[in-house]
Design a protein around this ligand. Sequence first.
Ligand code: G4P
Length: 527
Amino acid sequence: MSVHPEIEKRKTFAIISHPDAGKTTLTEKFLLFGGAINTAGAVKRNKANQNTTSDFMEIEKQRGISVATSVMGFEYKGKRINILDTPGHKDFAEDTYRTLSAVDSVILVVDSVKGVEEQTEKLMEVCRMRNTPVIIFINKMDREGKDAFDLLDELETKLTISVCPQSWPIGQGHTFKGVYNIYGNQLNLFESDKSKVTEPVIQVKDLHDPLLSEYLASKHLDKLKGDLELTEGIYGPLDKEMYQEGLLAPVFFGSAINNFGIRELLDTFIDIAPSPASREAEQRMVYAEEKNFTGFVFKIHANLDPKHRDRIAFLRICSGKFERNKFYINTRLSKKLKFSNPMDFMANDKTLVEEAWPGDVVGLYDSGNFKIGDTLTEGEELQFKGIPSFSPEIFKEVENRDPLKSKQLEKGIQQLTEEGVAQLFVQQPGNRKIIGAVGALQFEVISFRLEHEYGAKCAFRPLSFSRSSWITAKDKKTLQEIMQRRSSHIGFDKDGNPVFLADNDWAINLAKRDFPDVEFHTTSEFK
Ligand code: G4P
């Protein structure tokens, strides 16, 4: 099957990083380069203050910003680039993990001073689960950071991925002179200037080009030659296939705030990053170039106006062509749905979309028909894989504080957890509701929204659980046995699957020993 040009031109990816490494700045510079925005500062910092957990206005503001910037599309050198935004705050990490299910590749930003941080490792783990191709951008080279070779070592050991530098820094911090672009054989000279979009680029034949000594003092040039000789020996040339299989990460150095190193990153990205290809469904592999439309919902966003309960569901198109006003089937409900106002996102603008292609993300107004992970097709029974739930870290039981509003509470909890704000586990007997979250902010968001959108009041009773493990067994009886004997540790997730709730890893290991025929899974999706 030949690839349709509309599919081939699409590059759908996310920029991810530990908070403060420079994700927002890099996103903004990409939009500047793509001509999608004109001024720096147009992309708002999409993050709540890292230090406060109770600034509701901040949370609300963030919700507003993140609808506007959920997808940022623009055209660059004949390609359609779709950047999917991910929340900066670590408490919303689950949202990021889900968004990663909808991209074809990622750019990971690492701070040259701090190196690999906690969130960098977690995000990389999620990329590895799906073999997502990763390009690494080492940012803040204008600061006195770690040595380039040490950084590459750190990336390889902490992120368990092979790396291959595609640009190389000349100096660092106050002696930073620029980078040598290995991929394109260019010398890019550094000027600390936040307003300029382009940097001076000197095209050379190779490292022996005499032009280089006109721009670099001999001590810098000698060091550069020595470094590159070493890197060539250690890392070799870029193997694009290995990159596309998620086994090798090309690495670039630069300074996002100074617009430096961005152009070669973006140009290499459009050159090597994969276009939409195939996606695994429970039933079969689905290929982008198939004629029939398929897609899945990876994110649901509540309307900012609490009086209107409708939400926006973000649909990633996987195959065929999506068309406005055509009937599609939500396969979970076997329900026919038609969308008269699907939205396309170009930078900060929303426009009505008539048709969309694999790799695109469209926003669909939803009055409660969607759950995260739902698949839409033209009729085929399909369910896309790849949106697993991960174990939360904090578990609290929901207590109703207004008995007259128990229905509202029930509905609110149901809808908010369907939206993916946090995970819901139900314990029997008694229908006890346990909310599992990664961070304290999620509980704040739930109580705030329950009160303001549903008129319900609740309190959260802390529980000692800190892990959830999805359990399966070949024999039904074995599963029933653990569910009976450990009933106080069993909850059921949103799909009714049994989950073992434990205080710590030790408790899980104990249960594994006591029930050797039960399989314990760290995510909700397993083969
Ligand atoms: P994030 O989205 O990953 O959380 O990071 P963000 O882009 O918000 O950047 C975090 C901080 O790092 C910002 O400073 C930003 O200006 C700075 N930064 C980004 N790129 C570079 C760089 O190349 N060099 C240097 N030296 N700093 C960089 P801030 O003080 O937190 O915010 P602001 O006042 O600058 O907006």
